[in-house]
Write a new protein. Sequence first.
Length: 276
Amino acid sequence: MKWKLPGERSVFRLPLNFLYYRKWTAPGFEKGLSYINKHPELRNEEALLSRTGGKEVWKIPLPQETGGMTAVYKVCHGKKPWRYWFDLSLPAREFRNYQVLYQLDVPAAKVLAFGERRTLCHLHDSFFITEFLEGTRDGRSFMPGGPFREDRKRREEFWQVNMPILAKLHRNNFFHKAIHPRNVLWRLRPDGAMEVFWVDVARCRVVLRFRMKRAIAFDLYTILGDMQLPAEEGRRMLACYLEQNPDCGFTLDSLCATMRNFHRHYFRRGVNVLDW
């Protein structure tokens, strides 16, 4: 399947026939998918990476004859399946969103397969498989209590790399809606520079342009709320974003003011991360 979504252009128009694509496997991964399906014992507690709500994620190494790679296998159980009677399952949404990331040259994990099991419109469960990225950590490393929290240089490099990416998505009317540090993997290149990979993008969506200011405030508040940066660093992070998206309708002061009001309306519980 080829997607034609040129970068730096609105990605609002997605092919309507995507609603009927319910299964996909990357060329050359057919044997790997068959191996995973034939060996359910691989999805054990030792291989479990996370379990949240109706979602489980495993790390599964594949033998050489089936590709010789390590896969990340995510299963979403049919929680409240009526929500998906006439809509995409979460893996199908995530597959669509990864295609948008690829077309916008956003570094992301390689998708290997997705599929779902339905009876007519009733969704029972669905799965999503990506390639495991060796040597990576997620952005929780820079959150309070993380192993790299006090490494200010690396912490700043993390948001300096990610703010231009987020700005590019917003310029294309793409609302992330879950830009938590845990959904960004990072590692160091041989030259010491940081490279990042975006994962877990099922909640991303395209929104109309007149709704983008609220989407911008939501995404920036989300990542600031998790990272809890000092006031000076937080303002520099927002300034870095605005440099990459100067036509978003915000100045630094108006963005901070909007996010303070945003907290009062949408995040009444917890500490306001913009108390500075």
